[in-house]
Structure formats: C-alpha cells, structure tokens
Design a protein around this ligand. Structure first.
Ligand SMILES: NC(=O)c1ccc[n+]([C@@H]2O[C@H](COP(=O)([O-])OP(=O)(O)OC[C@H]3O[C@@H](n4cnc5c(N)ncnc54)[C@H](O)[C@@H]3O)[C@@H](O)[C@H]2O)c1
Length: 381
C-alpha cells in the first residue's frame, strides 16, 4: 500500500513513518519544517535535536524500507497536487498542521498563521485527492479538544437529537477553548462538507494529548527518537511534567487541576493509525473515532507521576499556579472511546512502569534541558 504522511518530521509523523516503513508500506514523507522554524523563532528546543528527513530517510532505506520524502509546503496547492499526482497514494495521513494551543493564542499573527496553515493544508489535500484519486483514504488527526467540556457525555463524532417529536443525526457539537482547537473544528467541518459533496473517504481521529517516546530498535540505534518538546508553547502536559520532575522542579498544575482530558500513549497512537488504514469507510462516509485510552484530571496525572517516580527515588513536588488558559476548571467529563477498541486496540495504560520509562529517557538527556522555557508565559486573556 502507498501511504503519504504529511507532517512526517513531527512528534507523531516521524514515529508513524518508522512504524509503517518497517511494516512494508511504501511511503512518501512530506514536511516543510515549519515546526522547527517556529521553535527556533520562539527560542524553544526539543529535548534532543534530530536530523532532517533526507538523513532519516536514507537510514530507513538502508534497512530495505521503501521510503521517499519531499520538502514541500502543503499550503501551496500546485506543489501538493503534483506530488499526489505522481505518488498516487492509497491513503494520506494528515498531520501537517500547527498543533499548539498556546502558540495560537499569542497574538493576531500567530492566530492567523494557525488558521491559514491548518485550513489551507486540509483544503489543498481534499482538492488534490478529489482531482486525482478519489478512492484515496484521508486520515486526518483531529483532537478531543474540539468537543470542549460539555455537561453531557461526549459521543464519538456524531449525536442523535430528538427535537419537537422529530429526530436526526448530527455532528456532535463542538466548542473549543483555543484558536488552534477551533481551527481543528473548522477542518473537520471542511472534510465533512467535501465528503458529502464529493463522496470522499475520510477518517477523523479525535485524539487526546499524546505522551511518551516510541521504543524502537532502529530509532534507538540511530538516536532518531521522536521529538520530545517540554516547553510552554510546543510541549504537552505529561511530557512537561516529567521534565520538571527529573530536574527537581515542582510540577506546575494550571489552576485547580480539576480539568479532565483523555490521554493516549504514543505506541497506541500508532496502533490507531494502522487500524484506521486497515478499516477505511465506504466512499461518502466519514468515520470519526475518539482516540484516547484513559481520562484523568491534571491533578491525577501529577499524582500518578509523583507515585511512580518515588520508586526510582525521585521526590516530586506538585504546585498550583494561576491558570494561563481560559477554560472550565470544574466540569463533567465522560467521553466514549469504544470504536478503536472494537477494531482491535489494546490500550497501553499509564502505569508506574510507563512513567518510569519516559523519565529514564528524559534523564539520559538531562544535560540538554533548558529550565527557562517550561513555565507558562503565554496567557489566553
Ligand atoms: N501531539 C499531540 O498530543 C496531539 C494530540 C491531538 C491531536 N494532534 C494532532 O496531530 C497532528 C500532528 O501533531 P504533532 O504533535 O506531531 O505536531 P508537530 O508539530 O510535531 O508535527 C506537525 C508537522 O507538520 C509539519 N507541517 C505543518 N504545516 C505544514 C505545511 N504547511 N506543509 C508541510 N508540513 C507542515 C510541521 O513542520 C511538523 O513537522 C496535528 O494535526 C495535531 O493537531 C496531536
């Protein structure tokens, strides 16, 4: 099967590429290094820097993988269209978006860059596929953050509504709490519109925050792990907490810490991607799956880390700081996540061992940690 991965240099894109390459898929990796450019502009660094795709792809191909790459900007329609026309993918995994909530809330320029990049990459992909190979399956990464924190159970993508004695099925209501998440709502909507218009095949994976490092022999030997960001703009909460814990800084819980979200280990994220590849919807249908395995409050997450790291003699201090975000801190949260389990996902739970493994990885590169980039400077209002 020929698979194109847009955003293949990123936190999820690169491990997805390695995983699928060793499973025998023929891959075209695409990235314009926008994330690297923004990280350097805002003076943020990942825990370990990694080479660009040309070097990484040549190492994969030395292991008899069948991988090519292209440095194109997916917001440039002509370039993406040409690449899709020549590669003719059976499926495209679309990660090529700006995924940072804090970045999107810095100011006007950042909000526009997020909107423009995320919607244009999605629109260009839709039209490239529609023009050239309508049977190609688009797998787009959405986020659980699109749903927000409604006072009712969160269904998987759709909801049946009865109103004045009549009923219909709608996309589940979405109300995000950052401009980034709002851009994801908009591209979900774009895809659904074109599924209805053009009978396309789309899977939208509503993913919760991902944590961890992929354990993989090829990545280990060549020191090519997925990027691990822990700064206030590009890092995700669990990865950031572990860096704080391993450098003897308090874990900074935003606000009361009662905010609940669904989380997923990076290993399971990759399993979900393969399950999506193997289970395309019929033409004209849109599969929407909630892609998380466990839900915790931020406090529960911090206490889990404290408990686990005690076992390797790290004493963790937890502190609460003013919440830089505007979000509900006390709310109902019960999200469904049965669909991917029904397709075969066996969840990797956030056990002490999983936390210790991530901490040991971070400890290996402790000398690279810049403590000054962790605490939040970006405020919502
Ligand atoms: N990481 C998470 O916890 C998480 C959770 C939920 C959803 N997601 C979604 O998964 C996707 C990937 O997330 P990630 O954490 O790997 O992000 P990332 O920023 O690490 O990777 C995205 C990659 O896409 C590239 N890119 C962006 N715009 C591009 C363009 N116009 N042309 C070519 N390349 C472009 C970037 O350079 C980057 O390498 C995003 O869509 C995000 O919304 C991520």
């Amino acid at each position: 099967m020929k698979i194109m991965i847009l955003g293949a240099d990123g936190y999820l894109g690169w491990p997805t590429a390695v995983d699928l390459a060793f499973k025998g898929y023929n891959l075209m990796l695409v990235d314009n290094y926008l994330k690297r450019k923004l990280m350097s502009k805002y003076k943020k660094k990942p825990l370990v820097s990694s080479p660009k795709l040309n070097k990484k792809v040549s190492l994969l191909n030395k292991r008899k993988c069948n991988v090519d790459y292209s440095n194109i900007d997916c917001t440039k329609f002509i370039n993406l269209n040409k690449l899709v026309a020549s590669f003719k993918p059976d499926a495209v995994i679309h990660y090529a978006e700006l995924p940072s909530a804090p970045y999107s809330m810095i100011g006007y320029d950042e909000s526009w860059t997020t909107l423009q990049n995320n919607l244009q990459t999605t629109l260009n992909l839709i039209w490239s596929i529609k023009n050239l190979k309508k049977s190609c399956h688009i797998i787009k990464l959405g986020t659980m953050g699109e749903y927000g924190t409604p006072n009712i159970d969160i269904e998987e993508g759709w909801i049946n509504i009865k109103h004045n004695g009549r009923k219909d099925k709608f996309m589940y209501p979405r109300q995000a709490s950052s401009l980034y998440h709002t851009s994801k709502i908009m591209d979900t909507d774009l895809l659904w519109f074109y599924v209805r218009m053009f009978q396309m095949q789309v899977t939208d994976l509503m993913q919760g925050p991902v944590y961890g490092i992929l354990e993989n022999e090829f990545m280990e030997i060549n020191n090519l792990h997925n990027t691990y960001s822990y700064d206030e703009i590009f890092g995700t909460v669990l990865n950031r907490f572990i860096v704080q814990a391993t450098t003897k800084q308090p874990l900074t819980v935003y606000g009361s810490g009662n905010q609940i979200r669904g989380y997923i280990n990076i290993k399971d994220c990759l399993k979900c991607i393969e399950l999506a590849i193997k289970n395309p919807p019929d033409n004209g249908d849109m599969n929407i799956y909630n892609q998380f395995t466990e839900q915790f409050s931020v406090n529960q997450l911090a206490y889990k880390i404290k408990k686990a790291l005690k076992k390797i003699d790290i004493d963790v201090v937890i502190t609460k700081i003013n919440n830089p975000r505007k979000e509900k801190e006390k709310h109902y949260y019960n999200a469904k996540n049965n669909s991917l389990m029904k397709l075969g996902l066996k969840p990797t739970l956030l056990t002490n061992d999983e936390i210790i493994k991530i901490a040991q990885y971070v400890l290996k590169y402790k000398k690279n940690i810049d403590k000054s980039i962790i605490n939040p400077k970006t405020k919502w209002v």
